[in-house]
Every structure is written in C-alpha cells, then in structure tokens.
Write a protein that binds this ligand. Structure first.
Ligand SMILES: Nc1ncnc2c1ncn2[C@@H]1O[C@H](COP(=O)(O)OP(=O)(O)OP(=O)(O)O)[C@@H](O)[C@H]1O
Length: 173
C-alpha cells in the first residue's frame, strides 16, 4: 500500500507505459538467473543490495516464458548466443527484483561486475561467484531507460510495493 513515489515523467512506448523515477526514487531491474537460484546464491545476492542501503520494492520467484525473455533481450536478437540465452534464462526459476535508490542503476552494475566474469573484480557478484559469461548468475539493467522498460515488462504496478524505509535518513543526507 502507500503512495507511489513522485513521478518525474510518464510516457507510452508501444503497449508499455514507462514511468521515470529520479533521485532517491530511481529504480533498476535485477534478475537472479537460473544458475544463481540453483547454486543457492539468492540470499547472498539480496543481502548485498540490502546492506548497501538500496530499497527492495518488487520481488518474485518465477519461471520466465521464452516470449518474455525474447522481449527482454530484444536488443540482442541478432547475436549468435541469443537463442541459447533465451533457453538458459527459461530453464529454471529466476528471482526478478526491483530495487530503488540514488544512482541505483549504475551502482548495481558496479556491484554486479563486468558481463564476462573473467573481467570482473573480486568483490563484485560475478567476480566472486561465477566463471563463464553464459552462466553469470545475475542480470542488471544497463541504463535508466532500460530499467524503466524492464520494470514495466516484468512487473505490474500492483506488484510493486511503496513503503517508507525508516533508515533512509541514516543513508541519505
Ligand atoms: N559471448 C557470449 N556467449 C554467451 N552468452 C553471452 C555472451 N555475451 C553475453 N551473453 C549473455 O547475454 C547476457 C546479456 O548480454 P549483455 O551484453 O546485455 O551483457 P550484460 O548487460 O552485462 O548482461 P545482463 O543484461 O544479463 O545484465 C549476458 O549477461 C550473458 O548471460
């Protein structure tokens, strides 16, 4: 329940209504991929974003359909690994999440590491927990625009929680 954070902008692109939240209300879309779920990394990954100070506003364990994943990865549709990627991502449950906070899109990508785990520094999720690019345990939106598109694609408005985080004044000035 509660009120939605203040909207900076709302725009219709095709059948998606994209909502822009800015500042401390910026949102990103993260997915713990099937390998992350199978390898029992769910708690560890959520823990890192929680402890950082970001706010969890949406989360579900789900089996994503190939149609959803084809749409999610539409920008990669002509890459040689596209169909393998869609198969891998639909091969088991994933944990889809929306996290909120100042610069959360960029910071989450830093916490995740490089696309190829071999290039990811220790201390990042991919640097600590995986080895190959095709089994890299987590997805994170690469821009504010992608985040808006992905949040809308994976979550309905009713699935996103609006709650007051009582620690916020210890996290932000
Ligand atoms: N060369 C490759 N071979 C196999 N899979 C790949 C390859 N490159 C990328 N992928 C897979 O496709 C995903 C999307 O690739 P992209 O280039 O968008 O990287 P990313 O933005 O770091 O990853 P994600 O979108 O999952 O956060 C990668 O996370 C990885 O799972």
């Amino acid at each position: 329940g509660g009120e939605e954070p203040q909207l900076a902008q709302q725009e219709e692109v095709g059948r998606l209504v994209l909502k822009t939240f800015t500042g401390v209300n910026e949102r990103t879309f993260l997915t713990i991929k099937p390998d992350g779920v199978q390898r029992h990394l769910v708690g560890e990954i959520i823990r890192r974003f929680e402890k950082k100070g970001f706010k969890l506003v949406g989360m579900k364990l789900m089996q994503a359909s190939e149609d959803l994943l084809k749409e999610h990865y539409i920008a990669l549709h002509d890459r040689p690994f596209y169909s393998h990627l869609v198969k891998y991502m639909s091969s088991g449950p994933v944990v889809a999440m929306v996290w909120q906070g100042l610069d959360v899109v960029k910071t989450a990508r830093m916490m995740i590491g490089e696309t190829n785990p071999a290039d990811s520094k220790p201390g990042t999720i991919r640097g600590d927990f995986c080895i190959e690019v095709s089994k890299n345990v987590i997805h994170g939106s690469d821009s504010v625009e992608s985040a808006q598109r992905e949040v809308t694609l994976w979550f309905s408005t009713e699935e996103l929680a609006c709650w007051e985080d009582s620690t916020e004044h210890w996290i932000y000035e």
